[in-house]
Design a protein around this ligand. Structure first.
Ligand code: HSE
Length: 311
């Protein structure tokens, strides 16, 4: 195989109580990438459509993630006799809060791994994809790249060493994502956070995180809903998103299990039990955003079990 075309799905990170450690994979929204073997060694980004992003390998999240992978192979003493050319066709807007940079990083390492005959598992690829995130946000975090690669829900149990747990989604769970057409840079959204947290808030957040994981394993939608709370990050970030409180309250009043900031924002997500409620919630969220004058799009999605895949 000399060439591969892949789909790299959008993701929702944090999920209220799991800052930098929790995420889920969306269906239907995602980028496409084409990766080819080339005679010239190294990584070359040859084409980007749908976004104005740098072609220089070291400045592009896909390039940096791909370099992390091939440099690791070289470090282990295995020679790769060719290089790779990467085309990125962006459908996920940069700075939208649904894992745009992660999709490119995950796609690059997934595609190269396939062309190399799969020396690494998808779990192992998270290590390399995460390096690309530094370009976008200034920090290595895997809460978007992990669900993008693995599908379902993912929990980063630890970063040193990386330990990612994949969790199947309850079958009736739907995500609604309202994406206001404004950009919030992840690095800016991280700059408003406090490095220290009060003990009582840590207790509340870890209780909810445990509750959410238990709810996912036991298909307890009520417990999932009770646990989708964020006392650490949302209060500091929500002012970056016009009408956040109004949209969130509307989602909850219309039957959503929970709602919050998707990743670093500005997208706002809601999780719902069943398609009917998801559609009702999506309509209500749209209506509540119409009076802002800000353009937006809205998606309803089941949880994607597959993650990044060949198309
Ligand atoms: N966990 C990250 C954040 C996700 O909220 O900053 C965005 O990359």
């Amino acid at each position: 195989m000399n060439e591969i075309k892949i789909f790299c799905p959008a993701t929702i990170a944090n999920l209220n109580c799991g800052f930098d450690i929790l995420g889920l994979c969306l269906e239907g929204i995602g980028d496409e990438m084409i990766i080819k073997k080339s005679a010239e060694k190294g990584i070359k980004i040859t084409k980007i459509t749908g976004a104005n992003l740098p072609l220089e390998t070291e400045k592009n999240v896909a390039g940096v993630a791909a370099l992390a992978l091939i440099n690791y192979i070289a470090f282990k003493g295995d020679a790769i006799k060719h290089g790779f050319e990467i085309e990125i066709h962006k459908k996920i807007k940069a700075g939208s809060g649904i894992g745009s940079s992660s999709a490119s990083a995950a796609g690059a390492v997934f595609g190269i791994n396939e062309l190399l005959g799969k020396p690494f598992s998808k779990h192992e690829l998270v290590n390399f994809a995460m390096k690309g995130e530094v370009v976008a946000s200034g920090s290595e975090h895997a809460d978007n790249v992990a669900p993008c690669l693995l599908g379902g829900f993912t929990l980063v149990r630890g970063y040193n060493p990386l330990d990612v747990i994949r969790i199947d989604a309850p079958s009736e769970l739907y995500a609604v994502v309202l994406h206001p057409n404004i950009e919030v840079k992840t690095s800016d959204a991280r700059a408003v956070l406090h490095p220290m947290i009060p003990l009582k808030d840590a207790i509340t957040q870890t209780g909810n995180l445990g509750g959410l994981i238990a709810g996912l394993y036991t298909n307890d939608y009520n417990l999932i809903g009770r646990s989708l709370k964020d006392v650490l990050i949302e209060p500091l970030r929500k002012h970056l998103i016009p009408n956040f409180d109004q949209v969130k309250n509307t989602a909850l009043q219309n039957g959503a299990l929970g709602s919050g900031i998707s990743g670093a924002g500005p997208s706002i997500f809601a999780l719902c039990k069943g398609q009917e409620i998801a559609e009702k919630v999506a309509l209500a969220m749209s209506e509540s955003y119409q009076n802002t004058g800000i353009e937006f799009d809205i998606h309803i999605s089941k949880i994607n079990p597959e993650g990044t895949k060949i198309i």
